[in-house]
Design a protein around this ligand. Sequence first.
Ligand SMILES: [Zn+2]
Length: 423
Amino acid sequence: MGGPFWHWFQEPDNLRLVLGIGIAFSLGLVLGIWWKTIARAGREGTGRKGDSAFLKGVQYILTNDHDQAIEQFTKSVQVDSESIETYVALGNLYRSKGDIGRAIRIRQSIILRPNIDPKIKLRALFDLGVDYRRGGFFNRALETFQKVIEKNPSSVETLEEIERIYEEMKDWENAYRTRLKISKLTKGNHAHILAHHLVETGKTLVEEGNVAGARPYFSKAVSTDTGCIDAYLHLGDLHFQKGEFKKAIQQWKKVGEYAPQFTFLAYRRLEGAYARMKNLKPVEAFLRECVENHPDAFTHVALARYLYNEMDVEEALQELENALKLAPTFWEARRLKGEILLSQGKREEALDAYQDLLEHLNVPYLRFQCSQCGHQPVDLQWQCPQCRKWDTTDLVHSTEGGTPETTPSKPMIPVLEETNRGG
Ligand SMILES: [Zn+2]
């Protein structure tokens, strides 16, 4: 029964795809499946009672009714316990419902069958690995996927699963090694992923206090992917910590070259550090160059903060006006404006600035969104937590009067964070 379903059902992605498709398309599929099965049954004279329950199950999948689908598939296997494809479908349904325990037992029952087609067995092993991962049993998932790789070393989807687990376990060195293997098997842009794995390894070493050990990872990340701005940020940090401010700024300038929209991550690093810096000239030169090349609201605010630090109040306020002209809803610019005015004893004007601030408080100037899956993280993350793609999160600027679809509880000014987040 159901040869054509077999390959189709084997793929969890296909199952997911179908679950997400509308009724119209579903109807076409169902009719097609009915037709093929009836034709086959007629040809081969193998129509079985279990088939009708199986087909009902398929219909329920197409209408997204998982509980009914499970009921029908269970009936189908009671009539015909040899039908492996039904077990596979059942396992996938249990997994999609989060009933990982049942999904795992079904895969195991398939694997243990005698005389089973090796391809089907291997697929069940892969599915078992996915179930383990979904259940959070990372070590067992890894062991299972390794068994699949022993049998089929060029299985990219298995290597991607392994890489994903290492990433979730923050075992960045193994994630890197796995991505290297993938890069030898399939075309695509692997350099930026490899670079991120290297940077994350370096960040872990920095956290452990091994700064000297971290540096080669950041440098290798840059030579792997010249556009890896997270690497420049952290190379800059290393210089900064040693008081080599000029060298730090040199690294951060690269961020402006490759991804000017993320230069604010460098500005953040400068904040609060002015008191420690003996010579601020390189900072001023850097900020003025940024205003020249990339005059966004962030840059104007960064320059304003520098100028305020230098006691140049008038020019600082002018920079804030420039920022607010570009981005009237920019929360930080209004707050700094109020702060500066208050410090100058201009209470009335400060109150006005704060009044404006209140009006714009729930309209974030910045939102982040994954270009791949649309996920909107609260702060910048190099790897989307939803679709797990690297470098897909970008800034979404709100424009004056435009209300964002979702209103986050705090202004979206990214903070410096340790792990794989924008910092
Ligand atoms: Zn995403």
